[in-house]
Design a protein around this ligand. Structure first.
Ligand SMILES: [Zn+2]
Length: 286
């Protein structure tokens, strides 16, 4: 799932490549992906792209006249910039991976795609970004938040730190992958309870958030957009590395599974060497 660093890189690429170009056509191939019907997709035709922004994990392509194409890429969505499109007929609604296509006046443009059968990518064409469900409720940006804001936000919600850190209304931008990395770097258990965190632990968590996201933004922005892939994620230490050695201490990275997700952590670095209870496994044992 694209998180803050990947969406930041996509926005940065669009600012370089698409700003100043006019829209030839916005084509909708997956009707269910476009969640708004007024203004109509044809309203974008002829307008210049004036900016590309990020709100949490949402990408916001801004057209002149204050029209926004706001996209949540969900788990398997991505943006592919094309220098050219195959000539011929417009996209046909169908079952392919392309949800939306934006053709620009220099022949280039971009496709919003979604792999797999679970179609969760959501696009909104709006004149007010706050009208997009989820955007108005976003908490402060996880990367931009200073320590007092960060600490106040985390303490405002009592719960397991993994869940609170990925709650977009507490702080925005961090998802499953980078929260695993941040908690590992901060040497905190994903199940630590937020309102029991010490000032020192919160400071370590804030520093780890800045470092992990900053490094990931740098890595992502350093790649050309054509090479940016949702699944690249080089440099991860624990996320999606179950069974492999922790690069910090050599212990084996472990996993806790949930109904439709999992988290990874290093017992030596994060939980005093003790494996966390895996609810799925303990249910089987019981
Ligand atoms: Zn370790």
């Amino acid at each position: 799932m694209p998180e803050l660093p990947e969406v930041e890189a996509l926005a940065g690429y669009l600012r370089q490549r698409a700003v100043g170009r006019r829209v030839d056509r916005l084509e909708v191939a997956a009707i269910s992906a476009l969640k708004t019907y007024d203004p109509a997709p044809t309203e974008v035709t002829g307008r210049a792209v004036v900016d590309a922004r990020r709100h949490g994990k949402f990408l916001d392509v801004v057209f002149e006249g204050d029209l926004h194409l706001v996209v949540h890429l969900a788990r398997a969505g991505w943006l592919h910039y094309r220098e050219a499109f195959p000539a011929g007929t417009p996209l046909r609604p169908g079952k392919g991976p392309i949800a939306l296509r934006v053709r620009l006046d220099d022949g280039s443009g971009f496709d919003l795609t979604e792999a797999g059968t679970q179609k969760k990518l959501a696009a909104y064409l709006v004149s007010d970004v706050a009208a997009v469900p989820g955007v108005a409720k976003l908490g402060p940006d996880a990367f931009a938040a200073d320590l007092p804001t960060f600490a106040e936000r985390l303490r405002s919600r009592r719960g397991q730190v993994k869940g609170v850190l990925t709650d977009q209304s507490v702080l925005s931008g961090v998802g499953n992958a980078y929260s695993d990395e941040i908690l590992h770097a901060a040497k905190l258990s994903p199940f630590a309870i937020t309102d029991r965190l010490t000032d020192g632990q919160l400071a370590a968590l804030h520093a780890a958030t800045r470092q992990i996201l900053g490094d990931a933004v740098e890595r992502s922005v350093g790649q050309r957009a054509a090479e940016l892939k949702g699944e690249k994620r080089s440099g991860l230490k624990v996320h999606a590395r179950t069974g492999l050695p922790c690069p910090v201490c050599g212990d084996t990275v472990r996993e806790v599974s949930f109904a439709d997700s999992s988290l990874q952590y290093c017992p030596t670095c994060q939980t005093g060497g003790k494996p966390l209870a895996d609810r799925r496994l303990s249910r089987i044992v019981r």
